[in-house]
Design a protein around this ligand. Structure first.
Ligand SMILES: Nc1nc2c(ncn2[C@@H]2O[C@H](COP(=O)(O)O[C@H]3[C@@H](O)[C@H](n4cnc5c(=O)[nH]c(N)nc54)O[C@@H]3COP(=O)(O)O)[C@@H](O)[C@H]2O)c(=O)[nH]1
Length: 816
């Protein structure tokens, strides 16, 4: 229903017009006014859709009404319904905005005029509505484009900007709107412009939207942009490209960093795992490559499972509770776990875990774990600990552990008033085995002794090896001396059993010294020192026995140490001299040589036997300068004999194993020969069996060199060591010296007689001469002569003489 306002002074005419319209189906309501004032009021309050106005009225007129209506509401259609008004007036009214003119006498035209006018109004309103909507849409589009964070643009085929939003201008450092109309090559360096243009072309060719990552030169330098470009269709051909682009430089940097971190984690040599602690049963969500290679489990096998599968069935591990607590309390921790490879083998895993939270102070949702396979390191540590406390050869406690055990045992013994005993054990003649059969054989013997000692003590006692052939027993709570003696006898009994080494039965004995707490010392150091002193006493009183510590033994130890101290100055102080013991040819009784024997004339202690200082000198290395002195003195004095007019005399000089082992030994001998001028044939070097049977090939080389120099060689103490006859054959030996222990009873003990006879026969078979030492009685001499021995020496033949005595004796013999 429309609203019609009649500007009409005659109500009847208004009613007639209304009826006519109703008749034509135009539903309406109407009001009528006939003054300007009422017209304005009705325009305001009634709000008509159409005004039908008479032209001339008593108090108003149609043209004025038209002006008022157009002024108040210009869009309202206005139709004159009047008598004839003349052509001029009609044109004027149409100019002023009237829509139509209907003559009252022809009211039948009114309905069509109203319908046409209303239709025009409707079309106009529709157009205006569309325009308004377009305006609104345009406004929304530009608000959207101007406020979006990325750059938006439209370019034509030549790369000219048709549209560029605020963000694009800002990014390129342009004034607002400056890009419009400019080509890419006017805004970017050529290379970049070409690349952007090529991207545009790809979109045009594809005829669809594409996402392209492009490098763009912005005011902040070159940046990476992710552009979404699409063809804008105009008619059938795409001639424009729309695009939106966002700066992804930061994102790419972050992505690159993430990629780098990811690669670093993957490249890490340690297994790294990530666990989701918010999911049920906390499954693994990531494992790196090292995890796969070290555990043997692939990612597929590991991911989704709780880490506990690495423990296999070994789930009762003390450190596991520590691990659980750390996860519960969301804190870092490190634990040592026994884990298992896929093949079931165990590895020790030093696991470090740390919580990963969502941002700072956020909830912990993951744990990262780094695994270290420390199996080798732990084994190495255990080995080191073992080496620090145990002897590698025997597996027995070493000095370190022994000290610790003695300290502990002392604390216990003090608290419970118990006794404890230290037994110091030194093998007798071990050096002989070592030197004659080699270190390998010596090691075998030591290992056997270790096992035997272990079998002699009770559980709780300690057997330690503290040096080459030195052992210590720590006996706990042996309350009676008789009990200790019993253990000592057991040791002796075990020791004496032969040991089969390298095909030879070797019998080893030992000397033992015993010191007990509290009687012989109250601390570890004094107990060990006193047991050592007691062992020395056992050794010097015949070996293969044991001695309980007595107070005066310390004095002897002190003396021994003082003697060693003095030995260092003896050579410099010219305290040594040589004695010469004559050696005779048994067939003729002629003196054919002498043996040089060293003596130490100690300024306070008097004459000291080589038995008391040679072992000491061998131990501390002084034997080298002392041995050289003996060589030079003996050779020089033999030349002095020659100078006295005596015939050349052979001198036998004793060598020690250390001298023979010296690298420059041969040159020392050569220098001595050169310096003294002695005939090499007059120099005999005495070696012992034990010296030559060790390192045989090297020794043969040295002996051959000496032999080539025409020096004579004799094998001393023959029969006491472990000679191999096969080697003996290869040694360039001139003489075998039967040890005096066999000569001593050769006339009364059939065994010694047979040994001596055998040695003589053996030597002769090998075309070697034999000399017997220790000839003390005429029976000895008779026996040797009878059995074809070549030469002899001994107190019965001649005591060792000072050089002057020897010279006098020889000169006297020459005169006789
Ligand atoms: N490396 C060196 N060793 C040396 C040197 N001088 C001696 N020695 C060795 O010391 C050991 C003891 O020697 P010594 O006390 O001199 O005894 C020798 C003789 O005095 C002794 N002997 C001689 N005749 C008899 C005898 O009839 N009965 C008896 N009971 N003893 C006697 O024997 C020793 C000689 O032994 P040997 O050398 O085996 O021929 C001794 O081992 C010496 O070798 C030295 O300068 N360097």
């Amino acid at each position: 229903m429309i609203k019609i306002l009649f500007v009409e002074d005659t109500p009847h005419d208004a009613e007639l017009a209304s009826r006519e319209l109703k008749r034509s189906g135009i539903l309406h309501e109407y009001q009528r006014v006939d003054t300007e004032q009422n017209l304005r009021a009705a325009m305001e309050q009634f709000g008509p859709d159409l005004v039908l106005s008479d032209f001339s009225m008593p108090h108003f007129d149609g043209l004025s009404a038209l002006k008022v209506v157009k002024q108040v509401q210009p869009d309202i259609p206005f139709i004159f319904v009047s008598g004839r008004i003349g052509e001029e007036m009609a044109i004027e009214s149409l100019k002023l905005g009237a829509s139509d003119y209907v003559i009252k006498t022809n009211l039948s035209r009114l309905a069509s005029a109203v319908a046409r006018v209303l239709e025009h109004v409707e079309q106009r309103d529709a157009r205006r509505r569309v325009e308004r909507e377009l305006r609104e849409l345009n406004h929304m589009f530009s608000t959207f484009m101007e406020n979006m964070p990325g750059a938006a643009f439209i370019r034509d085929e030549q790369g000219r900007f048709v549209y560029a939003n605020h963000a694009l201008d800002t990014a390129l450092g342009l004034q607002r709107g400056e890009a419009i109309g400019k080509r890419l090559d006017e805004l970017f360096p050529r290379q970049i412009a070409d690349r952007l243009q090529a991207g545009d072309q790809r979109v045009l060719d594809a005829g669809k939207a594409l996402q392209i990552v492009e490098l763009v030169a912005c005011v902040h330098g070159e940046t990476h942009w992710l552009s979404t470009k699409f063809p804008l269709v105009e008619g059938e051909k795409s001639v424009r490209i729309g695009g939106m682009a966002i700066d992804i430089t930061e994102r790419m940097k972050v992505e690159e960093e993430l990629l780098l971190r990811n690669r670093a984690i993957e490249a890490c040599v340690n297994p790294i795992v990530i666990v989701d602690v918010q999911m049920p049963d906390m499954p693994l969500i990531y494992v790196n490559g090292a995890f796969e290679s070290i555990t043997g489990y692939s990612r597929e096998e590991a991911i989704g499972r709780n880490c506990r599968f690495l423990q296999g069935g070994d789930t009762e591990q003390p450190e596991l509770e520590k691990l659980r607590a750390a996860i519960r309390e969301q804190r870092p921790a490190s634990v040592l776990l026994r884990n298992y490879h896929k093949d079931g083998t165990m590895f020790l895993n030093e696991l470090y875990i740390a919580p990963v939270s969502e941002g700072q102070g956020g909830a912990v949702n993951h744990f990262v774990g780094v695994l270290y396979d420390v199996t080798q390191i732990k084994r190495y540590q255990e080995d080191l600990e073992h080496q620090a406390n145990y002897d590698t050869l025997t597996g027995l406690a070493n000095r370190n552990l022994l000290n610790e055990r003695v300290q502990q045992a002392l604390i216990h013994a003090q608290r419970y008033e118990q006794m404890l005993t230290i037994v110091f054990i030194d093998l007798d003649n071990f050096k002989l085995v070592n030197d004659s059969l080699g270190h390998g054989a010596g090691d075998e013997l030591i290992a056997t002794v270790g096992t035997r000692l272990q079998n002699c003590v009770r559980a709780g006692d300690t057997v330690a090896r503290i040096g080459g052939d030195e052992f210590v027993l720590l006996l706990i709570n042996q309350n009676m001396q008789s009990g200790v003696s019993h253990v000592m006898q057991r040791v002796q009994h075990e020791m004496i059993k032969p040991v089969m080494i390298r095909g030879q039965d070797i019998v080893v004995t030992c000397s033992m010294g015993i010191a007990s707490y509290p009687t012989d010392g109250s601390d570890a150091e004094s107990l060990l020192a006193n047991a050592d002193a007691a062992m020395y006493r056992a050794k010097s009183s015949g070996r293969n026995n044991f001695q309980f510590y007595e107070k005066e033994m310390n004095a002897r130890t002190g003396q021994r140490l003082a003697l060693e101290h003095d030995l260092w100055g003896a050579l410099e102080n010219d305290e040594f001299h040589l004695l010469y013991q004559p050696q005779i040819e048994l067939a003729s009784g002629r003196i054919i040589g002498v043996e040089a024997l060293i003596r130490w004339g100690h300024p306070r202690r008097g004459l000291i036997s080589p038995l008391d200082f040679i072992p000491m000198a061998e131990h501390n290395g002084l034997i080298i300068p002392i041995g050289n002195w003996v060589l030079q003195t003996a050779c020089r004095q033999m030349c002095e004999l020659l100078a006295s007019g005596l015939p050349p005399l052979r001198v036998a000089v004793n060598l020690s194993a250390r001298q023979l082992g010296e690298k420059d030994f041969i040159s020392v001998i050569r220098r001595t020969l050169d310096a003294t001028g002695i005939d090499p044939n007059c120099l005999e070097l005495e070696l012992t069996e034990s010296m030559v049977m060790h390192n045989v090939e090297d020794i043969i080389g040295v002996l051959k060199a000496l032999n080539a120099m025409k020096i004579q060689l004799s094998l001393d103490d023959f029969g006491t060591g472990f000679s191999s006859l096969a080697y003996l054959k290869r040694f360039p030996i001139d003489r075998l010296k039967i040890d005096q222990s066999f000569i001593f009873n050769c006339d009364s003990d059939p065994d010694d007689a047979v040994i001596s006879q055998t040695i003589i026969a053996l030597a002769h078979n090998l075309k070697i001469k034999v000399i017997a030492e220790g000839v003390e009685r005429p029976e000895h001499l008779a026996f040797l002569k009878q059995n074809g021995c070549d030469e002899a020496q001994g107190y019965f033949i001649g005591q060792p003489l000072a050089f002057d005595e020897l010279r006098s004796m020889l000169l006297a013999g020459q005169e006789a």
